[in-house]
Design a protein around this ligand. Structure first.
Ligand code: UD1
Length: 388
């Protein structure tokens, strides 16, 4: 069995944007630990390219340098997706992968799944089946289509299987394995950088991280929050309200940074106790989140990381594709509702807020489970895979 597997084409692992890296790093380690599996080729599409969005995270996560970088860069969704497809196709033609492994829900995830699917190359999707049921989110379209294309769908929470069943995806393709991003979190937590050190390195008074009230962390980058002036002003007004109670530290994504300037929001932010930072590395973010009293975010991954860290999270969205973080974890959906956010902050400052519990199989061993399953799956005759 092992020999035939090794002679199959490589496992082509795709990353494109920041939230992919913490998912792929443990997978690469787990694949490498199974000598029977084919070799790995790491392809970076180049969707994210800034040092802070990219190379620093690679170093923090001890990811090897990509074997190939497609250097697609930024563009509209159609341009970016098409460009990834155009550049990934010859890679697939040349390498003839035994399987293409994609993670998450960014444009690169969908683009590479589509190329591989049309060439009849097996696709494994890690973090399948999450649904916000909000098609205004570009990621929701990416999730829906990637899951239709994937041969194996690895899920992080049990509700994902219900979503997939509703879309006609056979249960034999779905594997509940847990959350690979939590593998990274648990592996790197001991190396997390103390918030005071992160602030000091940015030339900011470290006392902000050491005050008696503690501090909160903000991340915002979704188009629905930061691309329209009305929405972004409303979000900033809510944050200014929070900052009157507890100081906030905000590592700003390039999309949000550009719009802070464009919409003239810098003055109200600098008048409030809100410290803006450049996008941070993985270990800095881990340190900030783990030590925060509250995190305010519109990120998907941070909803899960705060649940794993047992830190209250106020998600500035109307919905979440990760319902387990609300049902079992520390997450509360608050949108941009200042009054609701104020009430949640009251509770957090009074009694610590939601503590939650860590969901099933978020145990740091998800990548191992995926590697073990993939080894068995690839060794099966094609017709026997997924029930024939
Ligand atoms: C992408 C993902 C989103 C993910 C986010 C995390 C999609 C549809 N979206 O959104 O799911 O949560 O990454 O960061 O794939 N830019 C830079 N440097 C970079 C990359 C981008 O300055 O290295 C700027 C560019 O001006 C670009 C903008 O940020 O136009 C947006 O980047 P893009 O990759 O298109 O989407 P994100 O908003 O980062």
């Amino acid at each position: 069995m092992g020999d035939s597997l090794r002679s199959a084409g490589p496992l082509v692992c795709v990353v494109g944007a920041r939230p992919n890296y913490m998912k792929m790093a443990p997978l690469l380690r787990a694949f490498g630990a199974r000598p029977a599996l084919p070799g790995v080729v790491l392809v970076h599409t180049g969707q994210h390219y800034d040092l802070a969005m990219n190379e620093r995270l690679f170093a923090d996560l001890q990811l090897p340098a990509p074997d190939l970088n497609l250097e697609v860069g930024s563009g509209t969704h159609a341009v970016q997706t098409a460009e990834v497809m155009r550049r990934f196709e010859p890679v697939v033609d040349e390498l003839k992968p035994g399987c293409v492994i994609v993670v998450g829900d960014v444009n690169s995830t969908l683009a590479c799944s589509l190329v591989a699917g049309k060439k009849n190359i097996p696709v494994a999707h890690v973090e399948a089946g999450l649904r916000s049921y909000d098609r205004e989110m570009p990621e929701e379209i990416n999730r829906l289509l990637t899951d239709q294309l994937a041969d194996i769908l690895y899920t992080t929470e049990r509700s994902a299987a219900d979503n997939l069943q509703r879309e006609g995806i056979d249960a034999s393709r779905v594997q509940f394995v847990g959350n690979v991003m939590i593998d990274s979190l648990l592996a790197h937590r001991p190396r997390a950088i103390a918030p005071a050190q992160t602030l000091e390195r940015a030339g900011i008074d470290r006392a902000i991280a050491e005050g008696p009230a503690g501090f909160g962390v903000v991340t915002l980058h979704r188009p629905s929050n930061v691309d329209s002036p009305d929405a972004f002003c409303e979000a900033v007004a809510a944050l200014v309200g929070v900052a009157s109670r507890i100081p906030l530290v905000w590592p700003v994504h390039p999309r949000a940074r550009a719009n802070i300037d464009r919409f003239g929001l810098a003055a109200s932010l600098s008048a409030a106790a809100i410290t803006l930072l450049q996008p941070q590395g993985y270990l800095e973010m881990l340190g900030l989140m783990a030590n925060a009293r509250v995190v305010l975010t519109d990120s998907g991954g941070i909803q899960e990381e705060t649940t794993a860290l047992s830190v209250p999270c106020l998600t500035m969205r109307e919905n979440t594709e990760r319902p387990i973080t609300v049902e079992q974890g520390t997450n509360t959906l608050v949108g941009r509702d200042s009054a609701l956010i104020g009430r949640c902050i009251d509770e957090i400052l009074r009694n610590g807020g939601k503590r939650g519990r860590v969901p099933e199989l978020w145990d740091g061993r998800t990548a191992e489970r995926i590697a073990a399953h993939l080894e068995t799956w690839l060794a099966m005759p094609k017709l026997a895979r997924c029930g024939g």
